[in-house]
Design a protein. Structure first.
Ligand code: SF4
Length: 97
């Protein structure tokens, strides 16, 4: 199969070595990839070819499957602005340091 997008392929090859880089290169080179790798490849592209280590766009439909999603606890800290919730409600404050 032909190369799908020469410029994007160059960007991916020059990008950081993070999850999704290799599947994206394979796909852009005309290769076939599995669904899980397609998600990783899209997130790699979306994160500026791996520039950012994490994604906090929880409204994105790919977020639950993204290798760049923020771990639940850290996401909660951000959302709650320093308040930590446990099974029994707010259990204390957390520092963002
Ligand atoms: S989950 Fe995040 S990184 Fe992945 S496509 Fe959605 S917004 Fe982009």
């Amino acid at each position: 199969m032909p190369i799908l997008d020469e410029d994007m392929l160059k960007s991916a090859k020059a990008g950081k070595l993070r999850a999704g880089r290799n599947p994206l290169i394979k796909y852009l080179s005309g290769g076939k990839i599995f669904r899980t790798d397609a998600v990783k490849a899209k997130c790699y592209d979306c994160n500026g070819m791996g520039e950012s280590k994490e994604c906090d766009i929880i409204s994105c439909s790919l977020y639950p499957y993204s290798p760049y999603r923020i771990k639940k606890d850290r996401l909660l800290k951000r959302a709650l602005g320093g308040v930590r919730r446990g099974k029994k409600g707010i259990v204390g404050e957390v520092s963002n340091a």
